[in-house]
Design a protein around this ligand. Structure first.
Ligand code: NAD
Ligand code: GLY
Length: 362
């Protein structure tokens, strides 16, 4: 088992990466000195695979869990679903020392994290991410929240978990499309922080696509390590943490204009990262050969690298990007690359250039 610490003073927590972690969830939670009552928030798919194991593990360790199942998919990441969950928590007499277990992908993690941050003004949170994307990104670092029709993640909080359990056995049931979407975030870490990690993925992509357990554990651990280093330096995104948003401004915009459902997050940020690489070439002189290298890697994974948008859709995409959280004084701020492994945040892009890039995503 690999262990990584997210160093945040008294709120420091452990990310465990290994097998059988859901089976041992109860024992691990006991070690955190939490109250007896807890709520497992999960979704309709994950529940059928891992709901019972998690429930029994917590029960055997002497906890009193309730299983709360939300419909699977991004469409559930909204305030009315949060409202329904609050009612279940109240019905189960969840108290301040009780805790919430987020058992699922990023949708469950973000929504359950938001519940934990707000119910009774905050109760402890344990993240048990079951998608690749959630293990390498969303379960770590404390961003929690839900979507509004106007945009992704517009309501939320920074709220750190007490423990993150990345059980590697969950990949046995994860659909291929979801696994590949997670690889978009994995590749992002190479682009923003570690060129040798990027090269390692290029060289060992087959192992990764075959879900080789040893290589996959190494990859998840490296991503968590990078995220932990960034979050420890800038928990609330006053600066450095923004680099984690590489490709996300256009990506989030694409998700918003498609009504959160057509594109998986990872697919949208695949297109978004290629667009950000092209902007980097125009503004920072990022080599065109490196833009091609990035595009080639996403294509080899089987992620979308282009999208054909009508003029109307382009207009809506630009509007959606303008309500993104990365807008400062009305100006969208971009993360741009100087080279693979080195990026800068806070760049403005002129309107004509942005229009040109949005007009040529195909
Ligand atoms: P998801 O949570 O919708 O999960 C994807 C699908 O896989 C769902 O249908 C789910 O039911 C199913 N699933 C999950 N685990 C499974 C398993 N082991 N076996 C079988 N099926 C399984 O999507 P996601 O890609 O994990 O997360 C996307 C969300 O994460 C987006 O809302 C995005 O905004 C958010 N996100 C948040 C952060 C953050 O820092 N908080 C970072 C990145 C992404
Ligand atoms: N996924 C971006 C962040 O955690 O900051």
């Amino acid at each position: 088992m690999r262990t990584i610490q997210v160093e945040l003073g008294t709120r420091t927590y452990r990310i465990a990466i290994g097998s059988n972690l859901i089976k041992n969830l109860g024992v691990e939670c006991r070690a955190l000195a939490l109250g007896d009552k807890c709520a497992i928030i999960t979704d309709s798919n994950v529940s059928s695979h891992y709901g019972e194991v998690a429930f029994q593990s917590l029960k055997s360790a002497g906890f009193d869990p309730v299983l709360v199942v939300i419909p699977a998919g991004e469409i559930s990441k909204n305030l009315s679903e949060v409202q329904s969950c609050y009612e279940v928590l109240a019905g189960h007499r969840v108290e301040r020392k009780s805790f919430i277990v987020a058992l699922g992908g990023g949708v469950v993690g973000d929504l359950a994290g938001f519940l934990a941050a707000t119910y009774l003004r905050g109760i402890p949170l344990v993240q048990v991410p079951t998608t690749l994307l959630a293990q390498v990104d969303s379960s770590v670092g404390g961003k929690v929240g839900v979507n509004l029709k106007a945009g992704k993640n517009l309501v939320g909080a920074f709220y750190q978990p007490r423990y993150v359990a990345c059980d590697q056995s969950v990949f046995a049931t994860l659909p291929d499309r979801e696994f590949k979407a997670g690889l978009a975030e994995v590749i992002k870490y190479g682009i923003i922080y570690d060129q040798s990690f990027f090269a390692k993925i290029e060289q060992n992509l087959k192992l990764l696509l075959d879900r080789d357990p040893v290589f996959l554990t190494e990859v998840v651990a490296r991503c968590c390590e990078i995220k932990a280093e960034i979050v420890a330096q800038d928990e609330t995104e006053t600066g450095l943490r923004a680099i984690l948003n590489f490709g996300h401004t256009i990506g989030h915009g694409l998700e918003a204009i498609s009504g959160y459902g057509q594109w998986l997050h990872g697919e949208a940020i695949s297109i978004g990262q290629i667009a950000a690489a092209r902007l980097s070439a125009r503004i920072l002189g990022f080599p065109e050969s490196e833009v091609d290298r990035i595009r080639t890697l996403f294509a080899r994974v089987g992620l979308p690298t282009r999208i054909n948008l009508s003029e109307e859709q382009q207009k809506r995409l630009l509007e959606a990007m303008n309500v993104d959280k990365k807008v400062v004084s009305g100006k969208i701020k971009f993360v741009l690359a100087r080279s693979v492994g080195v990026v800068e945040f806070g760049h403005s892009v002129s309107e004509p250039l942005l229009n040109e890039i949005v007009g040529s995503l195909d």
